[in-house]
Design a protein around this ligand. Sequence first.
Ligand SMILES: Nc1ncnc2c1ncn2[C@@H]1O[C@H](COP(=O)(O)OP(=O)(O)OP(=O)(O)O)[C@@H](O)[C@H]1O
Ligand SMILES: [Mg+2]
Length: 360
Amino acid sequence: VENSDDAIITKNLDGIITTWNKGAQRIFGYTAAEAVGKPVMILIPEDRQHEEPAILTRVRSGDRVDHYETVRRRKDGTLLDVSLTISPVRDQRGEIVGASKIARDITELRRAREALQESHHELEKRVMDRTSSLREAIAQMEEFSYSVSHDLRAPVRAMQGYAKAVLEDYGEQIGEDGRNYLARIVRSGERMDRLVRDILTYSRVARAELTFRPIALNMLVEDIINQYPEMHPPRARIMVDQRLGTVSAHEASLGQAISNLLNNAVKFVASDVTPEVRVYSEERGEWIRLWVEDNGIGIRPDHQARLFGLFQRVHPDKKYEGTGIGLAVVRKSIERMGGRVGMESKGAGSKFWIELKRAL
Ligand SMILES: Nc1ncnc2c1ncn2[C@@H]1O[C@H](COP(=O)(O)OP(=O)(O)OP(=O)(O)O)[C@@H](O)[C@H]1O
Ligand SMILES: [Mg+2]
């Protein structure tokens, strides 16, 4: 007891101090001679004096008080934070005659805790600041790419248009090679125009104000299929399950995403195969997962991770046209609506999915 760093004190049931160790002297400033015989109240600040009767009541009924954090007063009047453990002391017959009290000075501990909390707040604030400036930067980038791509379209169109005009009006005069070169200019122009248009779609999806409403998936999917001749027999067969369900979504963004998936499904197919696509859905708690499954050329596992990034294409350009923006648009639009996207492909065929909140 004498060697303990903690204050170890006993008191009787009237709250009078009966023993007092070295630790108590160090922590509270009173010597044993000064403290023994005095009420423990001398250690308790005015605004905490109500604690003592409550503690005594518990001790009398044989209960312990464990690691009770409170404030006590030193001889010089200064306050300190302590953690108290109080247990009943019994005499030989087992009757409770007082209490032993171990007081640990936790001023340092409390200070450290507060400092930790403060730096935690500071950190949180910093993260918030950074996040908001990042958001701003991203918004500016999107604004920038939107206006750049928008302004790029006019000159490309002009080049394409004049190359076509020369081809038509002077084609005879400039000979075979010249016509060939002009045709290439027209084709490159078309490709660039498509690229610019796709980038515009991407930034539109990224920037659009999203308003949500319940969208019946069957209607939307039918509408999309009707817009594309390449999705109809004999060129392709798309089988749509009857009950796809209703999700809460921004209609234009969702339509864009689904049409990109369907376009891929009928596009990436071996040349001697008629595309067969199945569209179905699955309820997963409050989510609906819409699947688009094809009988196409599939995607190697090591390529699958990057597909949803911008400009990622994993099949040869020559055979399959495209800019590599479609799936990036799918992901951007679905994620902006709070949903998720994914895919599976094992050898032949691929299955892409998007997941959105079910409409209530
Ligand atoms: N259903 C699919 N089957 C096989 N490969 C696919 C399928 N969907 C996408 N891919 C692969 O993922 C790549 C990225 O698809 P994405 O839709 O982003 O681009 P894209 O179709 O090539 O061009 P875009 O859609 O912009 O015109 C494709 O180039 C293709 O290699
Ligand atoms: Mg595509």
